[in-house]
Design a protein around this ligand. Structure first.
Ligand code: ADP
Ligand code: ADP
Length: 223
């Protein structure tokens, strides 16, 4: 079943006199439960696509439907609501707060969402369990060297996203830790979550079920 439907989508940026086509007439469908890797050189439009899929930004031209809903007609507040309900972001930098424990880092967004302590606890513990950090939930980020990205993933999971958008999640990690992260993403995919992963690493991309390649804002390969 189609989750993401992007049709003839373009996104432009104006820099002085120059117009940059960050995305140029891109069409892409992604089904529920897929694991897609996105590759391409720096500046080829990968992050722009992620921002659009993640409802952080909207297309200038073309169509983006998410779960059958037209996204490019929505107001900012509606986009934010969809992000909260459906989308989880993981970045190269973990953006953890160093003075909070793993547990507290995962809990923080749930506090902002207004959940009570009693509501938060099972969500935080389940999320930490999913990334194998239950036993180390009271450790601080500095004590979890290779586990920091796992805390960041748990923080995302606590919001129960159906789609996980990961922009170079292994980019800052040694290869062993990178493989651990990839295995966690594969497990989350096996549990039914849709994963979209930007990577420069072909060995990582090959673990996905599909590789989409970008060049100069255009999708040129979809295998
Ligand atoms: P990457 O190459 O790893 O995708 P970038 O450094 O190109 O990362 O971009 C990081 C973020 O900054 C992206 O979300 C993008 O939207 C934004 N960005 C990229 N280029 C520009 C620019 N020229 N002006 C303003 N923002 C930019
Ligand atoms: P990638 O993620 O593949 O590195 P991006 O999507 O970040 O590529 O960028 C695609 C193109 O759009 C680049 O030329 C980049 O400089 C430009 N760009 C991205 N975001 C912005 C922005 N906010 N303002 C101006 N230019 C941008």
């Amino acid at each position: 079943m189609t989750l993401i439907h992007i049709e003839k989508a373009s996104k432009y940026y104006t820099m002085g006199e120059e117009t940059i086509k960050a995305l140029d007439d891109v069409s892409l469908d992604i089904d529920h439960g897929e694991f897609v890797a996105i590759m391409g050189p720096s500046g080829s439009g990968k992050s722009t696509l992620m921002n659009i899929i993640g409802c952080l930004d909207i297309v200038d031209k073309g169509i983006y439907d998410l779960d059958g809903q037209a996204i490019n007609v929505l107001k900012d507040s509606q986009l934010a609501e969809i992000r909260n309900q459906k989308i989880g972001f993981v970045f190269q930098s973990f953006n953890l707060l160093p003075r909070l424990s793993a547990y507290e880092n995962v809990e923080l967004p749930l506090i902002y969402r207004g959940l009570s302590k009693k509501e938060r606890e099972p969500l935080v513990l389940d999320a930490l369990e999913s990334v194998d950090l239950f036993d180390r939930r009271n450790h601080y980020p500095s004590e979890l060297s290779g586990g920091q990205q796992r805390v960041a993933i748990a923080r995302t999971l606590a919001g129960d996203p159906s789609i996980i958008l990961a922009d170079e999640p292994t980019g800052a990690l040694d290869s062993k830790t990178g493989v651990e992260i990839l295995n966690i993403l594969k497990r989350l995919n096996a549990q039914g979550r849709t994963i979209i992963l930007i990577t420069h690493d072909i060995l990582i991309a090959k673990q996905a079920k599909r590789i989409v390649q970008f060049r100069d804002g255009r999708l040129y390969k979809n295998v």
